[in-house]
Design a protein. Sequence first.
Length: 587
Amino acid sequence: MSLQNFFDISQLKDDQRVLAEPGYAIKYSNDRGEVFIINAQDIADFIKFFRDNFEEAKNAWGDVPSKKDNMRKYEEKSYRAIFDLAKSDNALRVISSTARSQTKPITRIVSKIICYLADLEYVDVNIDSHFDLGSLDAALAKMPSRIENLDHNPKKAIKLQKNSTKKIPLSKPFILLAGISGTGKTHFVRQQAEYTQSFNQTYCLVPVRPDWHDPSDLLGYVSRLGVHGPRFVVSDILTFIVSAWKDIISSIEFVDGIPDLIGKDQSDIRPFWLCLDEMNLAPVEQYFADFLSILETRRFLSEEQLRHHNAGAGVDVSYLYSCDPILKPSIIGQLDSDGQNSLRSELGLNGAEFNGHWQYFCHHGIALPFNLIVAGTVNMDETTHGFSRKVIDRALTIDFGQFFPNNFDQFFDPQYRPVALGYPMISSVTLDDFAPVPVDPDGARSVEFLAGINNILKGTAFELAYRALNELLLSVVCFAPPDDETLYAVWDDFLMMKLLPRIEGDHEKLTVFQPQNPDDDGSQDLLASLFRHLESSMALIWSGDRPDLLRESVNGDAEVRTKCRTKEKIEWMRGRLVSHGFTSFWP
């Protein structure tokens, strides 16, 4: 009997970093096309756990109804009982997070591996007559040699490198994923969280309700109902924010009442992905106002300031971060001791190891952690709310159909995937930040580029300000383009994310007046003027293609390229203006 009968075992690239060393990867595809990748060492640990609790497991199976002629088949009977028995085991938790917490796929995979290693036919296993401690011991004994044999064939297994996935930092940790329904926007956020190897911990999906009109719907609120004192009603989002903070701070000590945050090494801090699904079902400016304002208060010390701080403190740290609180300490102070204890418990801060965290939050409130990335999925139709420029200015807007097009011919065999994205460790650029960008070593080219665009927008509601310039420079620093073509690609994506989403209106609104001579009335089509200007300033990529900065080849064997996105979008917006008399960025 061959393991290939049960599994699709294929070579995995080192840069996938699906699982950490030690171990080998088993890639399992079920009949619905879902792919689960499991570390073989975790399976060996799980078999040992299962063997040590074998009698209890057999008793649990006896209470599970069979689905095949009342025969006690391992395939049909075990998945719920085994999950309930071992749900507290570390190995099972790893498998669970990999298999998206679906108990039946998890334990079917484990069942097949146990049967293979014990030389048992999977579909004919009878628990009482075939599955005993001897077969489990035999399975454990064969595990190392069979894994060893798999490793001799590079087409079947490959040892994985730890921490080999490179994450490209976003210039801002707030993105809007715009597009028609069903394009994969929510799945994109799930996929980004899966890159962290700890999906259950680093992903939070919150469906936005149409009746949200207040920040309390997002973060929670103080309730004074009941016979007891005031209680804080905690939201999933607030709990998730605290979880992200716990990933940043290993401990907090207080010296003379001053908090001394002892942070982890930045390479060990995972991005936490909060997905606000159908974000504009409710008016964003109302329930999301606090977040939008506090997002702009994020600050990191520059490298020069950090060196000065380290010299004065005598302690070498790699980052210092501050942000205004999203939950103010005065709100926590409204609670009595019982209410505070209840809040601490619901936030997952019980235990002596979190004493410092809790004291810090009580004194300073709960701020936005820098490793939190908020992604809102949006559809623009008659059932949703539009976005003001206040929201658009504070977000990176990604037209999903342009950045991640649905290629129907690749439905069964995808050729591309999104790159792994990370959080920024910078909020405002300095000249020192451009050291790794030789193609624009002082940012002067990018400043000149945006200034030329602003000349066209001058006097309109679409003119850009310092925030936009800072975010363009942040994008250049984050991607560190090595050549002109890649620099223009950064500019192209910036225009798609930050400028074009601001532009909407009819012919009158999109006509600007900039007289060039006394005989000229100065009327100009704004989109046409932008088109001509960009055709000249980005000539290198305007009529050809350019590197795709947000997608990569599944096989890693070729650079992914795409057409100039801004050109296609402006042409689409101009065509819509001609045919409908009105245009906007939104599909």
